[in-house]
Ligand binder design. Structure first.
Ligand code: GLU
Length: 306
């Protein structure tokens, strides 16, 4: 672990020299964050966690939440139902493309892009005394190993300005991928995106996937092995949107990014790694985060094809 700390330090000093990128201004509240922040963390499958930089800074999960709600829907509704509505192919399009439905079936290409994640949100149901928002927040709190919360300002900011996601949801309704609960499904999707966490929380979520679905600290099983494998497989083929090929070729681990500047990777059987730094590229990935996770994977020889 002390070797890891040295690597973190070296990577951080290099990453801080990268000054390109922009804040995700299309969600107005995300333009108010300090662009200088940088944090990195890793949690092993044994539950040891190490972090560096602004590791107490909170950020919203945005699309890093998508694999976890996908897994939740698999657990709750079963693979057959989930994939009768959503495909498993990379779209080759940007995360928010509205041409992201398969030609013949009109299903979203996969659960890692907005259309797929909105369809997933529509599948998560209320349970007695526990509305779906709470169930989703509980899920993420269990994954992180501590109680998390929604960031209300980010939620409202996205809800107010999400004309594109709203258009996607109506298209999904038109093709009967989702039902009449269009606004409710969008709200749940914006809420999962607005969950506040720090880089150690995200590393714990990633480590749960690395550990076959069992949260390494609490030892609680959150996903079955089968569903965890499904989640990681789709992260590998679709998690990095329209630059997933380059990511797979240069980094070689399943990963997922979010426009808040959060990004995480899973090294199956070993560890989960996470990074947060808000300046993003045109694909919606944190520039410093991509650099940091690529370097870490390289320096630890963790490319899964190696
Ligand atoms: N809430 C964001 C949106 O739907 C998530 C996008 C992302 O993080 O890639 O536009």
């Amino acid at each position: 672990m002390s070797e890891l700390k040295n690597i973190f330090e070296r990577i951080c000093s290099q990453a801080l020299k990268i000054n390109d990128g922009t804040l995700a201004r299309y969600i107005p509240e995300l333009a108010n964050v300090n662009p200088e922040q940088f944090a990195i963390a890793a949690m092993t499958v044994e539950g040891e966690c190490i972090s560096y930089g602004d590791d107490k800074s909170l950020f919203t999960l945005q699309s890093t939440s998508k694999p976890f709600t996908y897994g939740f829907a698999l657990e709750e509704r079963g693979e057959e139902l989930v994939h009768s509505k959503i495909g498993v192919e990379p779209s080759g399009e940007a995360f928010d493309s509205i041409i992201e439905l398969e030609k013949k079936t009109h299903r979203p290409f996969n659960p890692m892009i907005n259309s797929g994640a909105i369809a997933i949100a529509s599948m998560i149901q209320d349970k007695a005394n526990n509305v779906r928002e709470e169930r989703v927040l509980n899920l993420f709190s269990e994954l992180a190993g501590r109680q998390l919360d929604f960031n209300r300002d980010v939620f409202l900011s996205e809800k107010k300005t999400a004309h594109r996601n709203r258009a996607i949801a109506h298209l999904l309704r038109h093709f009967e991928v989702i039902g009449d609960d269009i606004e409710e499904s969008l709200d749940l999707y914006f809420k999962q995106c607005s969950i506040n966490s720090n880089v150690k929380d995200l590393a714990a979520m990633a480590a749960t996937l690395a550990n076959n679905g069992v949260q390494p600290s609490s030892k609680k099983r959150i996903y079955t092995e089968e569903n965890t494998t499904r989640m990681i497989s789709l992260m590998f083929s679709c998690g990095m949107y329209d630059s997933v090929g380059t990511w797979a070729y240069t980094v070689g681990i399943p990963a997922k990014s979010g426009v808040s500047g959060a990004i995480f990777g899973v090294v199956p059987g070993k560890m989960g790694i996470a990074c947060f730094s808000p300046l993003i590229d045109s694909h919606g990935h944190s520039l410093k985060g991509v650099y940091a996770i690529r370097e870490l994977t390289k320096q630890l020889g963790m490319n899964i094809f190696k």
